[in-house]
Design a protein around this ligand. Structure first.
Ligand SMILES: Cc1ncc(COP(=O)(O)O)c(C=O)c1O
Length: 476
């Protein structure tokens, strides 16, 4: 039963491809978000006691129907959500191939082509960010959180070379790192998991555009040094999760340098895509000075989930951070001029993550991607215009297509009002949006263009749904 017979396989593949095609063609007509009905979902699963084998086609149909019914359709052109894209066609094909060939990326010699494709991409992307392709190192990760965690660990290893062996005993004093309040919360997790603790994370003040204030960063570093702590890492974000805020990378890099060469990490998980579009490139000014960088292909490069990337311009730091000796692993990696992925990253057995990006990029080319990113940026600008015309006020400041807004009426700025509006839009099935809290800027509605298929008609539908929701909340 694990390998089905040829006839059943033929039918299964046919139905699978049909299901994928009808999803791609029909998702735009579906409700964007399902009702959150826990009982109904658990009820549908209850008959699966696994005592009675199910017909493979029936099992496939169940999965397809359930996914249609019970997921927020992130590939929907009216999903204005959290950086989750509509996947590229080549990305879908790549993930299917990877499932069938099942490459094992722990050791280079088990899958030299997969390992080399990923390293080829690391060099190609590295040079887009201004890193020297001959020196850049990096790896593919499950996502941005793992890449940020990797950054924290590599920075710690550089600052405390003995930490890998002696752990916390190697620390002369409390290590501290600096982020803006807009930084992704994965740094808190990384601080917790690395053992330095969340109190090691310092929040640097931001200006009215939610950009880190370099002078405050310098002052905080000085203060911590005077208190006997050891600053070791500064994180600048290019395209923050809530509001697309862009820290002034070059100035932050200057402060990090003047403070004795602190490790500078750039979290460009989403905004890094700006590197592919000349007119957006200025948001990454200074990126080449970063010691490491996070970029998620499963965000703005629209490949299916699970494709983060960590890059560094310090050859050898990944090896120093992650290598352990294991007698049972293949040894060709230490003889040939290659890197064994398991000795350079957090993961051991690992899926071939890079193929979905490789095939997508091979087919679209840099120019195809630039066009898609440019179009989404234009849709962001058009959304701002449409929202203003409809009586909403934009409260964030970014050239990237994430729009935070409130009702222009002063009573339309409370968290309660905005959450009620977002909840009604989502419940209508017309679109998916969310709310955020922008520090001193207060609460806001948030809509992000995450889909290369989103067009002006989808923006109109969102603005209309918002109008109806606003009226309903006001009269409720
Ligand atoms: C700026 C930023 N960094 C890191 C992450 C974490 O990435 P992932 O969810 O891929 O782990 C996100 C997620 O949205 C993000 O927006």
């Amino acid at each position: 039963m694990l390998m089905l017979d040829a006839e059943t396989r033929g039918e299964l593949w046919r139905r699978l491809v049909e299901a994928i095609e009808s999803y791609l063609n029909g998702v735009g007509e579906a409700r964007v978000a399902p009702p959150l009905d826990v009982e109904a979902i658990r009820g549908a699963l209850a008959p699966f006691d696994f005592a009675r084998p199910l017909d493979p086609l029936e099992a496939l149909d169940f999965a397809v129907e359930s996914l249609w019914k019970w997921q927020v359709h992130t590939p929907h052109p009216r999903y204005f959500g959290l950086f989750n894209p509509a996947p590229t066609t080549m990305g879908i094909a790549a993930d299917a191939l990877v499932a069938a060939f099942n490459p094992q990326l722990a050791a280079w010699s088990h899958n030299p082509i997969a390992a080399e494709i990923e390293q080829h991409l690391i060099r190609a992307l590295g040079s887009r960010f201004g890193f020297d392709p001959a020196r850049v190192e990096g790896n593919f990760t499950s996502g941005g959180a793992e890449a940020n965690h990797t950054a924290l660990l590599t920075a710690l290893t550089r600052a405390f070379p003995e930490i890998g062996r002696r752990g916390m005993l190697a620390l002369r004093s409390q290590p501290v790192l600096y982020v803006s309040p807009e930084a992704h919360h994965s740094f808190l997790k990384a601080a917790r998991l690395s053992g330095i603790g969340t109190e090691a994370v310092r929040e640097v003040r931001v200006d009215s555009s939610l950009r880190m204030i370099p002078e405050d960063l310098a002052a905080r570093i000085e203060e911590d040094r005077s208190a006997g702590h050891t600053p070791f890492l500064v994180v600048a974000t290019v395209g923050s999760t809530s509001a697309g805020a862009i820290d002034p990378v070059a100035e932050v890099a200057q402060v990090a340098d003047e403070a004795g060469g602190l490790w500078l990490h750039l979290d460009a998980a989403w905004g890094g895509a700006a590197a592919l579009v000349p007119e957006l490139r200025p948001v990454l000014d200074g990126a080449a000075r970063a010691d490491s960088l996070t970029f998620d292909a499963h965000k703005w490069l629209s490949v299916p989930m699970g494709a983060g990337i960590y890059l560094t311009r310090h050859p050898g730091i990944l090896e120093r951070t992650f290598r352990v000796a294991a007698g049972y692993m293949p040894r060709e990696g230490s003889v040939l001029p290659v890197a064994d992925p398991y000795a350079h990253s957090m993961q051991w057995s690992r899926r071939f993550i890079g193929l979905k990006l490789f095939l997508s990029l091979a087919v679209a080319g840099w120019e195809g991607y630039a066009e898609a990113i440019r179009r989404q940026t234009e849709m962001g600008n058009l959304l701002r215009e449409r929202l203003r015309e409809a009586g909403w006020t934009i409260v964030n400041d970014t050239p990237l297509p994430v729009v935070c807004f409130v009702d222009t009426d002063k009573d339309g700025r409370s968290a309660q009002f905005l959450e009620a509006v977002a909840a009604r839009v989502v419940a209508s099935g017309e679109a998916w949006i969310s709310t955020v809290s922008l520090g001193e800027g207060g609460p806001a509605l948030r809509a992000c263009i995450t889909n290369y298929r989103t067009g002006p008609e989808d923006l109109d539908a969102l603005v209309a749904a918002l109008g109806r929701a606003r009226q309903a909340v006001e009269t409720a």
